[in-house]
Ligand binder design. Structure first.
Ligand code: PAF
Length: 297
Protein backbone atom coordinates (compact mmCIF):
# COMPACT_ATOMS: atom_id res chain seq x y z
CA UNK A 1 0.00 0.00 0.00
CA UNK A 2 1.23 3.49 -0.86
CA UNK A 3 0.54 6.44 1.43
CA UNK A 4 0.26 9.80 -0.36
CA UNK A 5 -0.70 13.37 0.50
CA UNK A 6 -2.05 14.69 -2.79
CA UNK A 7 -4.81 13.78 -5.24
CA UNK A 8 -2.34 13.98 -8.15
CA UNK A 9 -0.07 11.40 -6.52
CA UNK A 10 -3.03 9.07 -5.91
CA UNK A 11 -4.24 9.43 -9.51
CA UNK A 12 -0.73 8.71 -10.85
CA UNK A 13 -0.69 5.43 -8.89
CA UNK A 14 -4.26 4.40 -9.82
CA UNK A 15 -5.03 2.08 -12.72
CA UNK A 16 -8.22 0.50 -14.07
CA UNK A 17 -11.40 0.91 -12.06
CA UNK A 18 -10.99 3.01 -8.92
CA UNK A 19 -12.97 2.28 -5.75
CA UNK A 20 -13.01 4.93 -3.02
CA UNK A 21 -13.69 4.66 0.71
CA UNK A 22 -13.66 8.09 2.41
CA UNK A 23 -13.08 8.00 6.17
CA UNK A 24 -12.24 10.26 9.09
CA UNK A 25 -10.04 7.57 10.61
CA UNK A 26 -10.19 5.75 13.95
CA UNK A 27 -11.47 2.80 11.99
CA UNK A 28 -13.71 -0.03 13.12
CA UNK A 29 -15.06 -3.09 11.32
CA UNK A 30 -17.73 -0.98 9.64
CA UNK A 31 -15.02 0.90 7.74
CA UNK A 32 -12.98 -2.24 7.18
CA UNK A 33 -15.96 -3.97 5.58
CA UNK A 34 -16.19 -1.05 3.11
CA UNK A 35 -12.46 -1.26 2.31
CA UNK A 36 -12.77 -5.00 1.67
CA UNK A 37 -15.76 -4.41 -0.62
CA UNK A 38 -13.83 -1.73 -2.54
CA UNK A 39 -10.78 -3.97 -2.82
CA UNK A 40 -12.92 -6.83 -4.09
CA UNK A 41 -14.80 -4.76 -6.68
CA UNK A 42 -12.07 -2.43 -7.99
CA UNK A 43 -8.66 -2.58 -9.66
CA UNK A 44 -7.39 0.17 -7.38
CA UNK A 45 -8.86 0.56 -3.88
CA UNK A 46 -8.27 4.05 -2.49
CA UNK A 47 -8.98 4.99 1.13
CA UNK A 48 -8.89 8.58 2.35
CA UNK A 49 -8.32 9.64 5.92
CA UNK A 50 -9.19 13.24 6.71
CA UNK A 51 -10.90 14.65 9.81
CA UNK A 52 -12.99 17.25 8.03
CA UNK A 53 -13.27 20.47 10.07
CA UNK A 54 -16.14 21.74 7.86
CA UNK A 55 -18.55 19.12 9.19
CA UNK A 56 -18.02 19.77 12.91
CA UNK A 57 -20.28 22.30 14.55
CA UNK A 58 -17.93 23.21 17.37
CA UNK A 59 -14.19 23.23 17.78
CA UNK A 60 -14.26 21.08 20.95
CA UNK A 61 -16.02 18.22 19.13
CA UNK A 62 -13.38 18.45 16.36
CA UNK A 63 -10.53 18.56 18.90
CA UNK A 64 -11.72 15.50 20.79
CA UNK A 65 -12.44 13.39 17.69
CA UNK A 66 -10.26 10.28 18.21
CA UNK A 67 -7.19 9.97 15.97
CA UNK A 68 -4.59 7.23 15.47
CA UNK A 69 -3.14 7.35 11.96
CA UNK A 70 -0.55 4.60 12.41
CA UNK A 71 -3.10 2.10 13.68
CA UNK A 72 -5.51 3.11 10.90
CA UNK A 73 -2.85 2.73 8.19
CA UNK A 74 -2.04 -0.80 9.38
CA UNK A 75 -5.73 -1.80 9.39
CA UNK A 76 -6.33 -0.29 5.94
CA UNK A 77 -3.32 -2.10 4.51
CA UNK A 78 -4.48 -5.40 6.06
CA UNK A 79 -7.90 -4.93 4.48
CA UNK A 80 -6.25 -4.82 1.05
CA UNK A 81 -6.27 -1.13 0.05
CA UNK A 82 -3.77 -0.09 -2.62
CA UNK A 83 -3.53 3.59 -1.77
CA UNK A 84 -4.10 5.55 1.42
CA UNK A 85 -4.56 9.28 0.89
CA UNK A 86 -3.90 11.40 3.98
CA UNK A 87 -4.37 14.78 2.33
CA UNK A 88 -2.27 17.69 3.47
CA UNK A 89 -4.42 20.55 4.81
CA UNK A 90 -3.51 22.68 1.78
CA UNK A 91 -4.65 19.94 -0.58
CA UNK A 92 -8.12 20.12 0.93
CA UNK A 93 -8.17 23.88 1.58
CA UNK A 94 -5.83 25.56 -0.93
CA UNK A 95 -6.47 29.00 0.61
CA UNK A 96 -6.16 27.90 4.25
CA UNK A 97 -6.57 29.60 6.77
CA UNK A 98 -9.15 31.45 4.69
CA UNK A 99 -12.37 29.42 4.42
CA UNK A 100 -13.23 28.14 0.93
CA UNK A 101 -15.27 30.62 -1.10
CA UNK A 102 -17.09 27.85 -2.96
CA UNK A 103 -18.94 25.14 -1.03
CA UNK A 104 -21.75 22.70 -1.79
CA UNK A 105 -25.22 23.51 -0.46
CA UNK A 106 -27.70 20.69 0.17
CA UNK A 107 -31.40 21.53 0.28
CA UNK A 108 -34.57 19.81 1.51
CA UNK A 109 -33.08 16.39 2.23
CA UNK A 110 -31.13 17.88 5.14
CA UNK A 111 -34.05 19.70 6.78
CA UNK A 112 -34.73 16.98 9.37
CA UNK A 113 -32.75 14.64 11.62
CA UNK A 114 -28.98 15.28 11.65
CA UNK A 115 -29.39 18.30 9.37
CA UNK A 116 -31.75 19.92 11.88
CA UNK A 117 -29.59 19.14 14.91
CA UNK A 118 -26.16 19.91 13.41
CA UNK A 119 -26.32 23.10 11.37
CA UNK A 120 -23.85 23.17 8.49
CA UNK A 121 -22.90 19.53 8.97
CA UNK A 122 -24.07 18.21 5.60
CA UNK A 123 -22.78 21.20 3.64
CA UNK A 124 -19.41 20.34 5.17
CA UNK A 125 -19.74 16.65 4.30
CA UNK A 126 -20.96 17.36 0.75
CA UNK A 127 -18.18 19.89 0.11
CA UNK A 128 -15.43 17.51 1.20
CA UNK A 129 -16.92 14.49 -0.61
CA UNK A 130 -17.28 16.58 -3.79
CA UNK A 131 -13.57 17.42 -3.51
CA UNK A 132 -12.70 13.72 -3.07
CA UNK A 133 -14.83 12.78 -6.10
CA UNK A 134 -13.28 15.56 -8.20
CA UNK A 135 -9.71 14.94 -7.04
CA UNK A 136 -9.65 11.14 -7.08
CA UNK A 137 -12.21 10.43 -9.86
CA UNK A 138 -13.47 7.12 -8.46
CA UNK A 139 -15.74 4.87 -10.50
CA UNK A 140 -17.43 3.68 -7.34
CA UNK A 141 -17.49 4.93 -3.74
CA UNK A 142 -18.63 3.22 -0.53
CA UNK A 143 -20.38 4.84 2.44
CA UNK A 144 -21.80 3.19 5.55
CA UNK A 145 -25.58 3.04 5.82
CA UNK A 146 -25.34 3.65 9.56
CA UNK A 147 -25.07 7.31 8.56
CA UNK A 148 -28.37 6.95 6.71
CA UNK A 149 -28.99 10.61 5.93
CA UNK A 150 -25.36 11.09 4.87
CA UNK A 151 -25.73 8.13 2.51
CA UNK A 152 -28.78 9.78 0.88
CA UNK A 153 -26.98 13.15 0.73
CA UNK A 154 -23.88 11.67 -0.92
CA UNK A 155 -26.00 9.70 -3.40
CA UNK A 156 -27.81 12.91 -4.36
CA UNK A 157 -24.52 14.82 -4.53
CA UNK A 158 -23.30 12.36 -7.17
CA UNK A 159 -26.47 12.52 -9.28
CA UNK A 160 -27.33 16.23 -8.86
CA UNK A 161 -23.75 17.38 -9.66
CA UNK A 162 -23.20 14.67 -12.32
CA UNK A 163 -20.15 13.02 -10.77
CA UNK A 164 -19.59 9.82 -12.79
CA UNK A 165 -19.43 7.67 -9.66
CA UNK A 166 -21.68 4.91 -8.37
CA UNK A 167 -22.41 5.42 -4.68
CA UNK A 168 -22.79 2.12 -2.81
CA UNK A 169 -24.00 1.61 0.77
CA UNK A 170 -22.39 -0.74 3.26
CA UNK A 171 -24.37 -2.53 5.97
CA UNK A 172 -24.16 -1.26 9.55
CA UNK A 173 -21.78 -3.47 11.53
CA UNK A 174 -22.75 -4.16 15.15
CA UNK A 175 -21.21 -5.51 18.32
CA UNK A 176 -22.53 -8.95 19.29
CA UNK A 177 -25.11 -7.31 21.61
CA UNK A 178 -26.41 -5.04 18.82
CA UNK A 179 -24.63 -1.72 19.50
CA UNK A 180 -23.73 -0.15 16.14
CA UNK A 181 -19.98 0.37 15.74
CA UNK A 182 -18.91 4.01 15.88
CA UNK A 183 -15.57 5.72 16.42
CA UNK A 184 -17.27 7.57 19.29
CA UNK A 185 -18.05 4.36 21.21
CA UNK A 186 -14.62 4.57 22.84
CA UNK A 187 -16.01 7.45 24.94
CA UNK A 188 -18.72 5.26 26.55
CA UNK A 189 -17.89 4.36 30.15
CA UNK A 190 -19.02 1.01 31.54
CA UNK A 191 -22.52 2.10 32.63
CA UNK A 192 -23.12 4.09 29.44
CA UNK A 193 -21.97 1.15 27.34
CA UNK A 194 -24.69 -0.97 29.02
CA UNK A 195 -27.33 1.74 28.49
CA UNK A 196 -26.24 2.33 24.86
CA UNK A 197 -27.59 -1.05 23.79
CA UNK A 198 -31.10 0.35 24.33
CA UNK A 199 -30.69 2.26 21.03
CA UNK A 200 -30.39 -0.87 18.86
CA UNK A 201 -32.80 -2.78 21.12
CA UNK A 202 -35.43 -0.11 20.48
CA UNK A 203 -34.80 -0.16 16.72
CA UNK A 204 -35.01 -3.97 16.58
CA UNK A 205 -38.25 -3.92 18.60
CA UNK A 206 -39.70 -1.41 16.12
CA UNK A 207 -38.50 -3.55 13.18
CA UNK A 208 -40.21 -6.55 14.78
CA UNK A 209 -43.43 -4.51 15.14
CA UNK A 210 -43.19 -3.54 11.44
CA UNK A 211 -42.72 -7.22 10.62
CA UNK A 212 -45.97 -7.94 12.45
CA UNK A 213 -47.85 -5.34 10.43
CA UNK A 214 -47.39 -2.05 12.30
CA UNK A 215 -47.16 0.84 9.77
CA UNK A 216 -47.73 3.97 11.87
CA UNK A 217 -44.63 6.18 12.14
CA UNK A 218 -45.79 7.49 15.53
CA UNK A 219 -46.05 3.96 16.92
CA UNK A 220 -42.73 2.77 15.47
CA UNK A 221 -40.91 5.90 16.66
CA UNK A 222 -42.55 5.58 20.10
CA UNK A 223 -41.25 2.03 20.51
CA UNK A 224 -37.66 3.23 19.99
CA UNK A 225 -37.95 6.30 22.24
CA UNK A 226 -39.53 4.31 25.09
CA UNK A 227 -36.71 1.77 25.10
CA UNK A 228 -33.97 4.43 25.20
CA UNK A 229 -35.67 6.57 27.82
CA UNK A 230 -36.25 3.53 30.05
CA UNK A 231 -32.47 3.00 30.02
CA UNK A 232 -31.81 6.63 31.00
CA UNK A 233 -30.85 7.96 27.55
CA UNK A 234 -32.05 11.30 26.14
CA UNK A 235 -33.57 11.14 22.65
CA UNK A 236 -32.72 13.94 20.16
CA UNK A 237 -35.06 12.53 17.53
CA UNK A 238 -36.60 9.32 16.24
CA UNK A 239 -37.80 9.69 12.65
CA UNK A 240 -39.24 7.34 10.05
CA UNK A 241 -37.80 8.86 6.87
CA UNK A 242 -38.13 8.16 3.17
CA UNK A 243 -35.08 6.30 1.86
CA UNK A 244 -35.08 8.38 -1.31
CA UNK A 245 -35.36 11.95 0.00
CA UNK A 246 -35.22 11.78 3.82
CA UNK A 247 -38.69 13.35 4.20
CA UNK A 248 -40.51 12.39 7.41
CA UNK A 249 -43.21 9.77 6.78
CA UNK A 250 -46.55 9.30 8.56
CA UNK A 251 -46.59 5.63 7.74
CA UNK A 252 -44.33 2.90 6.38
CA UNK A 253 -45.69 3.02 2.82
CA UNK A 254 -42.38 3.09 0.88
CA UNK A 255 -38.70 2.19 1.38
CA UNK A 256 -37.64 3.97 4.54
CA UNK A 257 -35.22 4.11 7.40
CA UNK A 258 -36.09 4.52 11.05
CA UNK A 259 -33.36 6.79 12.38
CA UNK A 260 -32.53 7.75 15.94
CA UNK A 261 -30.07 10.07 17.66
CA UNK A 262 -29.76 9.87 21.44
CA UNK A 263 -27.40 10.97 24.16
CA UNK A 264 -26.14 8.30 26.50
CA UNK A 265 -23.95 9.91 29.15
CA UNK A 266 -21.62 12.28 27.28
CA UNK A 267 -21.88 10.44 23.98
CA UNK A 268 -24.30 11.18 21.16
CA UNK A 269 -25.15 7.99 19.26
CA UNK A 270 -26.95 7.59 15.95
CA UNK A 271 -28.35 4.39 14.52
CA UNK A 272 -31.08 3.13 12.20
CA UNK A 273 -32.80 0.17 10.60
CA UNK A 274 -33.90 0.19 6.97
CA UNK A 275 -37.52 -0.87 6.50
CA UNK A 276 -39.55 -1.90 3.47
CA UNK A 277 -43.31 -1.43 3.11
CA UNK A 278 -43.78 -5.22 3.28
CA UNK A 279 -42.38 -5.06 6.83
CA UNK A 280 -38.98 -6.58 6.04
CA UNK A 281 -35.96 -4.96 7.68
CA UNK A 282 -32.21 -4.58 7.21
CA UNK A 283 -30.75 -4.43 10.73
CA UNK A 284 -27.10 -4.66 9.59
CA UNK A 285 -24.73 -7.43 10.58
CA UNK A 286 -23.31 -8.48 13.94
CA UNK A 287 -19.75 -9.29 14.82
CA UNK A 288 -19.13 -12.75 16.10
CA UNK A 289 -15.65 -12.06 17.47
CA UNK A 290 -14.11 -9.19 19.45
CA UNK A 291 -14.04 -5.72 17.90
CA UNK A 292 -10.81 -4.00 16.83
CA UNK A 293 -12.06 -0.79 18.46
CA UNK A 294 -11.62 -2.26 21.91
CA UNK A 295 -8.56 -4.31 21.04
CA UNK A 296 -10.43 -7.50 21.92
CA UNK A 297 -10.71 -6.62 25.63
O1 PAF B 1 -18.67 9.40 7.38
C1 PAF B 1 -17.59 9.99 7.50
O2 PAF B 1 -16.64 9.49 8.11
C2 PAF B 1 -17.44 11.39 6.92
O3 PAF B 1 -18.62 12.11 7.04
C3 PAF B 1 -16.92 11.41 5.47
C4 PAF B 1 -17.91 10.74 4.53
C5 PAF B 1 -15.58 10.71 5.41
C6 PAF B 1 -16.73 12.86 4.99
O4 PAF B 1 -15.81 13.55 5.78
Amino acid sequence: MRVVETFAAARALSGGSVGLVPTMGFLHEGHISLVRAAEHASDTAVVTLFVNPLQFEDQSDLDRYPRDIERDAALIEDAGADILVVPALHEMFPHYPTRPAVTVAVERITEGMEGEHRSGHFAGVATIVAKLFAGLRPDRAWFGRKDAQQFVVVSRLATDLSFPVTVTGGATVREADGLALSSRNVFLDHDDRVAAVSVSRGLFAAAAAAGEGERSADVLEGVVAAEIEAAGGAVDYVTLASASDCSALDSLDRSAFLAVAARVGQVRLIDNVWLEPDGSADRGIRLTGPSILYGGD
